[in-house]
Design a binder for this molecule. Sequence first.
Ligand code: NAD
Ligand code: TYD
Length: 390
Amino acid sequence: MGLNQKVEMITGSGATPILVTGGAGFIGSNFVLDWLKTGGPVVNLDKLTYAGNPENLASVASNPAYQFVHGDICDAELVTALLRQHRPRAVVHFAAESHVDRSIVGPEAFLRTNIDGTFTLLRAAREYYDSVAGEERAGFRFLHVSTDEVYGTLTPEAPAFHEETPYAPNSPYAASKASSDHLVRAWVHTYGLPAIVTNCSNNYGPYQFPEKLIPLMIANALQGKALPVYGDGQQVRDWLYVLDHCRAIRTVLERGRVGETYNVGGGNQRSNLEVVTTVCALLDELVPESKFKPHRQLVKYVTDRPGHDRRYAIDARKLERELGWRAQESFETGLRKTVEWYLANAAWVKDVTSGAYQQWMAQNYAGRDAGGVSVAAKGRTIVASGESAR
Ligand code: NAD
Ligand code: TYD
């Protein structure tokens, strides 16, 4: 049996493709790799910003069911042509500027990609949807991947975000994602585009760019660099293993109701300090020969992020109840897998942390040193300077 036949058996590459945007980023590449195992052909449109890495998809680069298109979601002509050419059964929209700290330093790119880009995609998708009929039309979906950050921040006792929680975005990133969610809503309501929105909590797992908390801490700890904890480290996030998120997206694509929002969360609320010290303990165990042990001594409190949201937590009961999805990974097993992946993929980390990454690290962290105090010096009771009381 030839390779093409084999691939066709596995992926059904004769079948209708899906169009993924931002598939070379963290969640997108996990999704594409997972989808190609069983889901059928994929066309991946990605601009390859600093966060997009074709290496993530090297293992499927020659798979005939996978096609990469290097381009911008703001390019209306390109998006329209891709929809006409591939006639996808769904658009799964991951492409975004995604890092809150970068949105504080330079919000323009966030407004452009997250708002204008989503608008461009919606306009093209509507035109495409209006041009098809029958099963093609009935089955078409536009799935917009969004974030829990659109809901703002929670006090420690407040109930978790649910689908009816009012929007109250606090960072330029969150505001741009909230805008894009509103655009999707309007395209459903006004034009009847069969779109669905998912709002998920903080993802973690393989291929996450080491500007985000967990991979940054792993990469720094392995090199004996400081582990910069913002403020008092007591901010809480609800951690979702990336493959649980990918399964949720597949479920929503298959069975989600058009026009609905589904919240996706891992049910793992942890303070940042807990996350960082757990990463350190795992590294102590998995790299016993490290000269930086115990890695916890590298923790350093630094000046807080402006407007830092205190707590996020997701109520995912709608997705569980209506569509039968459940997170399968516990935080303990997921974090262990993640640390093991970064240890086994040192070359990937080295590759993405050269060049422009170093400039970002200097820009984001250089000014935060003042007032930073190491945990080793003062124990867990420190409240660092700059913590906003929410
Ligand atoms: P990422 O930053 O790792 O990847 C983004 C990808 O989009 C990159 O491959 C980049 O090259 C591509 N891209 C950026 N601008 C583009 C443009 N104009 N045209 C085409 N491609 C472009 O992001 P991620 O963490 O994988 O997040 C994916 C989606 O999930 C985003 O929409 C994000 O808002 C959302 N989300 C992420 C998290 C998380 O914890 N990572 C949590 C909630 C929601
Ligand atoms: P991040 O991974 O940037 O995700 P988000 O801001 O979207 O939640 O940050 C997760 C948490 O970790 C957030 O509360 C900010 C904090 N954090 C640090 O304490 N130090 C760091 O160096 C980074 C990048 C984040």
